[in-house]
Design a protein around this ligand. Structure first.
Ligand code: PLP
Length: 411
């Protein structure tokens, strides 16, 4: 039985109901009526578990949150309006002016901009490292470090992290370890590898068909005994742990970020995301098989492909050992010049040119002229953006059709 099989059972079983409407109800209400003043008081003090107001949580989104928390072995989750919202929510709930983030690996453009442009305006500094700079990462930790942030797969540099080793560094220093697992849901279970918080853009392969923008942050339970959240580094957590016990990270996130920033998920998007979840294991299974066939065949035919399934990739061993369920839907093609990249993209009949990834269709985009157009040369070099770089997200098409189309486009 492969790793996705158990999710084939749990996702369809938990999305559908056994009584009444099978498909999840879309609760399109911004506010919720409280039957009595006493109920209202109970809802506000947390003793009555009923919806308060949709900014603080919606029943349709709550269903999605429960399924994603279960997927990752978390104690709970908070759905958000986008993937960037999930990262903003999870990071800002732990940060204050003067704090620092350690960011590891090739970073999604929006996250890079959040760390370098936006959070800096609020006095938060981020140090950036390549996935293999273990010693430098350890040395960069100080008493102001609140988060070690990592992407499960470098997008678009395709470098793979040693998640367990980074978790060890974070856990022995008592610093929160947060993983953006957008590209590898189910394939990688960050909480089981030692992370504290996982963030997702559900817009990508979880929804899978460009129908809904969304995100989610999944949190681990606070431990009964020792816990990094009970140390002076996270001193304010004392109150949340007193009030919410093992659920304290959910309470912290809602009170210190969601309530005031309001990046809440809407019920319609959460519904569409759950429809995507039902088939996620099937789609993931197909793509991680197709992508190896396609990457190897294109590379053998002279295209410069970057994917860790290729023996030339510096993290090929890590791919074989730690990424047994694949590393998602992406590879890149380096066409050397912008002109050749444009020619390829114009000639391909199958690729849809868009900034999205993880779609049912194969997608492609020239990186330097789009997502990374505003980045300076040094940053582009760090993030692995070369002039001819095309990022491809493989879809559900027949792999042979994609190979033929791409080889014709590269001529
Ligand atoms: C797309 C993406 C995001 C941001 O998600 P949105 O839903 O577009 O806000 C964050 N991280 C990664 C790895 C992504 O691919």
């Amino acid at each position: 039985m492969n790793h996705f099989e158990k999710y084939c059972t749990t996702f369809v079983q938990s999305v559908g109901s056994k009584e009444g409407a099978v498909s999840p109800a879309i609760i399109n209400s911004a506010s919720f009526a409280y039957a009595t003043p006493e109920t209202a008081e109970g809802i506000f003090d947390g003793s009555v578990k009923k919806p308060l107001y949709s900014r603080m949580g919606n029943p349709t989104s709550a269903k999605l949150e429960n399924i994603l928390a279960e997927m990752d072995g978390g104690v709970g989750a908070v759905a958000t309006s986008s993937g960037m919202a999930a990262t903003t929510l999870a990071t800002t709930s732990l940060l204050a002016c003067g704090n620092e983030i350690i960011s590891i690996g090739g970073l999604f453009g929006g996250t890079y901009a959040l760390f370098t442009e936006t959070l800096t305006r609020f006095g938060v500094k981020t140090h950036f490292f390549d996935v293999d700079e273990f010693e430098a990462i350890e040395n960069a930790i100080n008493e102001n470090t609140k988060i070690i942030f990592l992407e499960s797969v470098g997008n678009p540099n395709m470098r793979l992290p040693d998640i367990k080793r980074v978790a060890q560094i974070a856990n022995s220093a008592g610093v929160v370890f947060m993983v953006d697992n957008t590209i590898t849901p189910m394939s990688i279970a960050p909480l089981k590898l030692g992370a504290d918080i996982v963030v997702y853009s559900t817009t990508k392969i979880i929804s899978g068909n460009a129908s809904a923008l969304g995100g989610c942050a999944v949190f681990r339970a606070i431990n009964d005994g020792e816990d990094k959240f009970k140390t002076p580094r996270y001193k304010w957590m004392e109150n949340f742990i007193k009030g919410a016990g093992k659920m304290a990270l959910i309470a912290n996130t809602k009170k210190r970020a969601m309530r005031d920033f309001g990046m809440s998920a809407n019920a319609n998007a959460s519904y569409l995301t759950m429809l995507g979840l039902e088939t996620l294991p099937l789609r993931m299974d197909r793509v991680i098989k197709s992508i190896e066939i396609i990457a190897k065949e294109l590379d053998a035919n002279g295209l410069n492909i970057n994917h860790p399934c290729l023996t030339k990739h510096p993290h090929h061993e890590r791919y074989l050992n730690d990424f047994k369920d694949g590393c998602g839907t992406l590879f890149t093609i380096d066409m050397e010049t912008k002109e050749r990249a444009y020619a390829f993209l114009s000639k391909s009949k199958l690729a849809t040119l868009t900034a999205n990834i993880g779609d049912s269709r194969t997608l492609a985009l020239h990186m330097g002229s789009t997502i990374y157009r505003d980045f300076d040369e040094e940053t582009k070099k760090f993030l692995g953006i070369t002039d001819g770089l095309i990022r491809v997200s493989i879809g559900l098409e027949n792999p042979q059709d994609i190979i033929e189309d791409f080889l014709a486009a590269a001529k």
